[in-house]
Design a protein around this ligand. Structure first.
Ligand code: NAD
Ligand code: TYD
Length: 364
């Protein structure tokens, strides 16, 4: 089901807009809706990079605010000052490996932070007289559904939640809060559960950027366990298009699964990346790059397979992904080749320390 509304300029608050998906979404939104007011709220944790959206601070109607989603007075003031009518909530602690090392920050940001935003927005929405066009989009993950066996049907919107990592458990908790705000207060929340994204501006710790960068540096490519774990991969701009449709067309209270219909085993994906680097990189320290593949100790509690049934968003909102995994990965590899100045500074001493803490254990 869709709502058909003529488009009013929106005042949108994008949380986590200096992170991977958030920054892609900020760029996307400013291109699509140049008449909108965009406010980006980001704490600039290790995963946030203001430089990614900085050019828009002068070229678009965008304000960047460095701040924490747990800071209630800040959120209250921003919603009021900027007359926010739309929230796209992407701020989160997002990396499973870090949630294993230290789950506390995940509970704080993903659960307490989401609660703080929801509660502040509820007061603001009520004070405005509950306008109809207002939306609160909570962006979540397919990982809340847990792990599938090889022959299990894909996750759909009625699959029971069964999160297995502190990351996915904290996201599941925040999804339940967003759902409850619709059912209890009638606040127009929406939830999306998306599969693994990839594309430009992806922090080096995640599988695809990590492999691209390690290939360029001639470092080992650490594949966890037997490499047979399966993920569904979605090009980040396709995800942004889905979020846009949900904000503009979905009925409040709905939830949508978003996926690329691109299931791949980790080891096959890494071979694909190696092949693309061999083809596209003018120089490589080690060629063919697949000589760098190294199997390392598995991640504790590693989910075996994720797969998304995106029938609902396709049928109700007309969304389909534009990229296949081959076309999207080719663009992504080229982006990492062309944008060394973006990723090189991220390989900081702090990042190296994190890397050692995960991969020293994994290599033993
Ligand atoms: P990311 O880690 O790249 O970015 C998160 C951003 O949130 C960073 O800029 C960080 O500084 C900011 N942030 C963290 N804590 C904050 C706080 N307390 N207050 C304000 N800002 C804070 O994450 P991402 O990959 O862009 O993911 C964005 C959202 O999409 C998350 O909610 C994640 O669960 C969800 N998601 C991600 C994927 C994926 O494959 N990356 C897939 C599905 C869903
Ligand atoms: P990741 O990008 O961390 O996303 P998620 O755990 O949220 O799915 O990892 C994707 C897959 O790649 C996952 O099965 C774990 C695996 N992986 C490795 O094999 N080696 C690595 O160094 C990393 C970071 C991930």
């Amino acid at each position: 089901m869709q709502v058909e509304t003529s488009r009013l300029p929106r005042h949108i608050l994008i949380t986590g807009g200096a992170g991977f998906i958030g920054s892609n979404f900020v760029h996307y939104w400013c291109e699509q809706y140049p008449g909108d007011r965009v406010v980006v709220l980001d704490a600039l944790t290790y995963a946030g990079n203001r430089a990614t959206v900085a050019p828009l601070e002068t070229t678009a109607n965008l304000r960047f605010v460095q701040g924490d989603i747990c800071d209630r007075p800040l959120i209250d003031a921003l919603l009021q000052e900027e007359a926010i009518d739309t929230v796209a909530h992407l701020a989160a602690e997002s990396h499973v490996d870090r949630s294993i090392l230290g789950p506390g920050a995940f509970v704080q940001t993903n659960m307490v932070g989401t609660f703080t935003l929801l509660e502040s927005f509820r007061q603001h929405w009520m004070a405005q007289g509950k306008p109809e066009h207002v939306r609160f989009l909570h962006v979540s993950t397919d990982e809340v559904y847990g792990s599938l066996g090889a022959d299990d049907p894909s996750f759909n919107e009625t699959t029971p939640y069964a999160p297995n990592s502190p990351y996915s458990a904290s996201k599941a908790g925040s999804d339940h809060l967003a759902r409850a705000y619709f059912h209890t207060y009638g606040m127009p929340t929406l939830i999306t559960n998306c599969s693994n994204n990839y594309g430009p501006y992806h922090f080096p710790e995640k599988l695809i950027p990590l492999m691209c960068i390690n290939i360029l540096l001639g470092k080992p490519l650490p594949v966890y366990g037997d490499g047979q774990n399966v993920r569904d991969w979605l090009y980040v701009r396709d995800h942004c298009r889905a979020l846009d449709l949900v904000i503009h067309k979905a009925i409040p209270g709905e939830t949508y699964n978003v996926g690329g219909n691109n299931e791949a085993k980790n080891i096959d994906l890494v071979h694909l990346l190696c092949g693309l680097m061999d083809e596209l990189a003018p120089e490589l320290p080690v060629r063919p790059a697949n000589q760098l593949i190294t199997f390392v100790q598995d991640r504790p509690g590693h989910d075996r397979r994720y797969a998304i049934d995106a029938t609902k968003i396709r049928a109700e909102l007309g969304w389909t992904p534009a990229e296949t995994v081959e076309s999207g990965l080719r663009k992504t590899v080229q982006w990492y080749l062309d944008n060394r100045q973006w990723w090189q500074p991220l390989l900081s001493p702090q990042y190296q320390a994190y890397y050692e803490s995960v991969y020293a254990v994994a290599s033993n």
